[in-house]
Design a binder for this molecule. Structure first.
Ligand code: SF4
Length: 470
C-alpha cells in the first residue's frame, strides 16, 4: 500500500511540473510515507528527519510526511516536516506544491501562506484518494487499490486511525483501470486493500456495475436454490464479483490480491478463486498468532480452530494452493505456551512463506498501552525458531518443483543475473541467457525485465528456485 501511495504522490508532483530523482541529495522535496504497524519504522523517520533538518540549514529543501501518521506523531513530527497531510487528501497536495517554491521556502510571507494552507489541508476531511491516478514506477507490474481504510481495529495497528474507515472504490473504475493496464502490456496486477474480503460492504446494493450483473444473476439463482437470502450475498460477495469480472479481461497477465482477513474469507470466495484463470492459486492469509488468547487480545475475531478449518476448506477445494502468512512474535502476554500454539499451526498448514515481525508497540494503538512484557531477546529467539522451521519445511517442499516448467515473470536483475517470480510467487534465479523481446508500448527496453517466460526448474533451495529458459 505504501508503494501505491508513493505512486499517487509522484503523479501529483509530476502534474505540478516536478520530476522524480533517485538521489536523495539532489531532491528539492522529500516525501516520507509512514508505516502503520511498526514503531521501528517511525523511529527511522525521526532519524532521517533530523538529518534533513541539518541539510535545511545549508540548502533549500522541503520535507513532507504522509501515510499512516497518528495525531500524536503529527504534533512531534511537525517540528521536522514542512507539511504533514492525510494520504486520503493526496489530491490536495497539488495546492501546496503550487504555493511553494523550494528556493523561497524560508521567506516569511511564504511561510505564513503555507501555514494557512497547512491548516486547511489538515482540516479537510474528504476522501479523494482514488481521484488521483498513480504514476506507475514499473512498466509491467501495477498495484491497484480497491479500497482504503479499515474497520477492523486490530490492537497493534494504526490504519483505522490514520486512513479512517474503509471506503471501497467503484467496481467499474477498477475494472477499467485493469483493462487499460493489460492493454498497455502490464503483466502483473495486484489488487490492494487493507481487507480485500470486505470490499464493497459500503456499497448501496443498487450500485452494481453491468459487468458484474451477469454473475450476480447466476448467484441469485444459486441463492434461491440454497434458500439463502440474496441480500446477504450482495453484502458479502462484492469482492468475488470484482475478481470474476477482472478475470474476464483477456491477455497474457496474472493477478494477485492482498490482504485477506480470515474472519471475512467466505466459502463463495474459495469457490470463485478455484475457477479463476488469471489469478494464480495463491492466498496470503495473515495468521498473526496461533494462540486463541493472543488472537483475542489482538482483536482479530477468529480462533485457531476456525483458521485451521478455513485452511482445510481452501485445500479441499484448491489442492495445489499456495498459502503464505504474517506472524507477529512477542505480542504483549505471549508466553512460551502461546508461541508453541503458533508453531503448531505453522506445522499443520505448511506455509510457503511467513512474513515474521517482532512486536514493536506503535504509540497511539491499544497494544502500545499493554505491558510490552516479552524481552527483545525472546522475540529474536522466537523469530529465529519460526525462520528455522520455515527453512526446514521449504528445503523439502521446494524439491517438488525440480523438473517442472513454470511461468516466471522476470522482475529483477542483480550483478548480471536475472530473477523472477513463479505464479505462486517463488523466487527463481535464471541460469541461462534470456533474449529480450519487444514488449508492447515499451520504447526503451534494456533487457528481458517484464517478460513472462517458461522456465524449467533445475534446482531448489529454501528461499529460491533455480531454472533455465526453455
Ligand atoms: S485488518 Fe487489522 S492489521 Fe489490517 S489494516 Fe485493518 S486494523 Fe490494520
Amino acid at each position: 500500500m505504501n508503494r501505491s501511495d508513493a505512486e499517487r504522490i509522484a503523479s501529483v508532483f509530476e502534474a505540478t511540473g516536478y520530476t522524480q530523482t533517485n538521489s536523495e541529495s539532489e531532491a528539492d522535496f522529500i516525501v516520507t510515507i509512514a508505516c502503520s504497524v511498526r514503531q521501528h519504522a517511525i523511529d527511522r523517520i525521526y532519524g532521517k528527519a533530523r538529518e534533513w533538518q541539518k541539510r535545511k540549514q545549508k540548502e533549500d529543501l522541503v520535507t513532507i510526511l504522509s501515510g499512516c501518521v497518528l495525531d500524536k506523531d503529527k504534533i512531534t513530527m511537525s517540528k521536522f516536516f514542512d507539511l504533514i497531510f492525510d494520504i486520503n487528501n493526496v489530491s490536495k497536495l497539488a495546492q501546496f506544491l503550487e504555493k511553494i517554491d523550494p528556493m523561497a521556502a524560508s521567506s516569511s510571507s511564504e511561510v505564513k501562506d503555507l501555514e494557512i494552507l497547512r491548516q486547511s489541508l489538515r482540516m479537510t476531511e474528504s476522501n479523494n484518494f482514488f481521484s488521483i491516478r498513480p504514476k506507475f514506477n514499473s512498466t509491467f507490474q501495477a498495484y491497484i487499490p480497491i479500497s482504503t481504510g479499515c474497520n477492523n481495529f486490530c490492537t497493534y495497528c494504526a490504519v483505522p486511525y490514520t486512513r479512517g474507515r474503509e471506503v471501497s472504490r467503484p467496481m467499474s473504475e477498477i475494472i477499467e483501470e485493469v483493462k487499460g493496464l493489460v492493454q498497455n502490456g502490464y503483466k502483473e496486477i495486484t489488487l490492494l486493500g487493507q481487507n480485500v474480503n470486505s470490499y464493497g460492504h459500503d456499497f448501496p446494493s443498487a450500485v452494481i456495475p453491468s459487468e458484474a450483473e451477469e454473475s450476480l444473476k447466476k448467484q441469485r439463482v444459486m441463492d434461491l436454490s440454497t434458500r439463502r437470502s440474496t441480500k446477504s450475498v450482495e453484502m458479502t460477495n462484492h469482492f468475488s464479483r470484482l475478481i470474476q469480472a477482472i478475470d474476464k479481461i483477456p491477455g497474457d497477465w496474472r493477478g494477485y490480491f492482498y490482504s485477506n482477513h480470515p474472519k471475512d474469507f467466505s466459502d463463495e470466495l474459495i469457490e470463485t478463486i478455484s475457477k479463476l484463470k488469471h489469478f494464480p492459486h495463491y492466498i496470503h492469509l495473515p495468521l498473526q498468532s496461533g494462540s486463541d488468547k493472543i488472537i483475542k487480545v489482538m482483536n482479530r475475531h477468529y480462533t485457531q480452530k476456525q483458521y485451521l478449518g478455513l485452511v482445510k476448506k481452501i485445500k479441499n477445494k484448491i489442492p495445489e494452493v499456495t498459502i503464505t502468512t504474517d506472524i507477529i512474535v512477542g505480542f504483549p502476554g505471549e508466553t512460551e505456551a502461546d508461541f508453541n500454539q503458533t508453531k503448531k499451526v505453522i506445522k499443520e498448514v505448511g506455509f510457503d512463506m511467513i512474513y515474521i515481525s517482532k512486536f514493536s508497540p506503535r504509540p497511539g494503538t491499544k497494544a502500545a498501552k499493554m505491558e510490552n512484557n516479552v524481552s527483545q531477546k525472546v522475540k529474536e529467539k522466537r523469530w529465529q525458531k519460526i525462520t528455522d522451521l520455515l527453512k526446514r519445511y521449504l528445503e523439502k517442499e521446494n524439491k517438488k518443483y525440480v523438473g517442472m516448467v513454470m511461468k516466471v515473470l522476470i522482475d529483477a536483475e542483480k550483478n548480471g543475473k536475472y530473477y523472477g517470480r513463479t505464479d505462486n510467487y517463488k523466487v527463481v534465479e535464471l541460469q541461462n541467457d534470456v533474449q529480450p523481446r519487444t514488449r508492447l508500448n515499451i520504447r526503451k527496453q534494456t533487457g528481458p525485465m517484464g517478460q513472462l517466460e517458461d522456465i524449467k526448474i533445475t534446482a531448489s533451495e529454501a528461499w529460491m528456485l533455480k531454472g533455465e529458459v526453455i
